[in-house]
Write a protein that binds this ligand. Sequence first.
Ligand code: MN
Length: 291
Amino acid sequence: MKYGVYFAYWEDSWEADFEKYIEKVKALGFDVLEVAALGLVNLSDDELARLRNLAEQHNVILTAGIGLPKEYDLSSSDEKTRQNGIDFMKKVLDKLHMAGIDRIGGTIYSYWPVDYNEDIDKPQALKHSMTSLRILADYALKYDITLLIETLNRFEQFLLNDAKEAVAYVKEINKSNVKVMLDTFHMNIEEDNIADAIRYTGTYLGHLHIGEANRKVPGHGSLPWTEIGQALRDINYDQYIVMEPFVKTGGQVGKDIKVWRDLSNNATEAQLDEDLQQSLNFVKARFLSTQ
Ligand code: MN
């Protein structure tokens, strides 16, 4: 298992200077930095190569996350929207390859956040989503990129709300480079039992986001981290665990994540760093095998 953190903990825009976080996360004890594909997609080939080199220099693994905008909805009933989504995701995959990134997770099977003013036809959206995903899985395979299907809570998405739906989706897609991605923040809303849902997902689990019920860093809330650690050991999970805390208001990140109050106790950047480092120690103590 390797531990990482999503850059947006410190940022209020999905587009940021990712380079400065490479050294920072390494110094804080992480091996993985997750970046936003919506930021990467605007970088030039030279900038992507520089990012890749810097990460390699510091022995940091880059991963990517994305919530596809509505105009690129891969599950849309509108064929043109789906095609735009496929074209956009292919461009994203090209960019990931240039940045040396071998996995992308998030709402890569539909869009985010869902517009619930529109009627939902879940069976039809699911069918369209799978058709789009199969095309993208084949495209991603030539780069050895894995697509991570993240289950989201009902308030943000409707297609895949729990591990059971995500596993069924991935089984039906039946491509070696399509895996399930779970996130404890969403699971806390949707699953009967977070640890059991991890065990249910088993070898289909390709990526895990961790955060408390209010998206504070692990250890600052009440989620059952010891049980979660036991479940990860039970399934011999050996992929990445990425913290995805959101504690600051403002910007597009605050708006999209719906952070309407400061959950950081008005922390400075140095205090945010310290909270994160303490959280990493807290998590490692519970996730690493003691047997
Ligand atoms: Mn997540």
